[in-house]
Design a protein around this ligand. Structure first.
Ligand code: FMN
Length: 179
């Protein structure tokens, strides 16, 4: 089983990247690949730019990574109560080459932020959007107040209740691929 994980963020020190890496590591018997959206950077999507540059190979590479995976774990960062430009941009470009960007692959959708809502608005935005584009969302989990609940030194959730909740979600994860 191949697990592909990434954060919906282009920040070098992304807290969502830390969370997604931790969550990916809790899956058993999987081969994990963590990608960074900085490696999939493209100009800001517009139909005019698309006319100029066509279908960028980088967007195809992103789709290839998703197609090769049996499990997706994505942790979305929150900017102004929505998805980050970095995530939305590669998502928009990729969707022009293939509508079902997320390929109906079983998906664990996460979010975190330094705030008490843990990026809940961005997670909700992702839920609403991805379901139309092959997002086979099996479970969601949001970690609030990242700085208090995540031990950066040891790269793990420090709050026992949140950690138990995430482990439980992963233990019960439904690996079934949608048709
Ligand atoms: C432009 C901008 C807008 C933000 N808006 C929100 C917000 O609406 N809600 C929130 O919880 N955090 C917000 N934040 C704080 C981010 O959650 C924080 O920067 C976090 O580290 C982003 O995740 P990342 O480190 O994975 O990129 C915002 C940050 C920036 C730079």
């Amino acid at each position: 089983m191949k697990l592909l994980a990434f954060a919906g963020s282009s920040s070098k020190h992304s807290i969502n990247k830390k969370l997604v890496a931790y969550a990916a590591g809790l899956f058993e018997d999987v081969e994990i690949e963590i990608i960074d959206l900085n490696d999939y950077e493209l100009p800001l999507f517009s139909v005019d730019k698309e006319k100029l540059i066509g279908a960028p190979p980088v967007a195809r590479l992103f789709l290839d990574k998703i197609e090769a995976a049996n499990i997706l774990v994505i942790s979305v960062a929150e900017h102004n109560a929505g998805l980050t430009v970095a995530f939305k941009n590669i998502y928009d470009w990729a969707s022009r080459q293939k509508k079902l960007v997320f390929n109906n692959t079983p998906l664990l959708l996460l979010s975190t932020s330094p705030g008490k809502r843990g990026g809940a608005s961005s997670l909700e935005a992702a839920k609403i959007s991805l379901q139309w584009y092959g997002g086979n969302i099996k479970a969601t989990f949001s970690l609030p107040s990242f700085e208090e609940n995540f031990d950066k030194e040891n790269s793990k959730i420090s709050n026992i209740e949140y950690d138990t909740a995430l482990r439980e979600i992963i233990r019960n994860f439904d690996y079934e691929q949608k048709a």
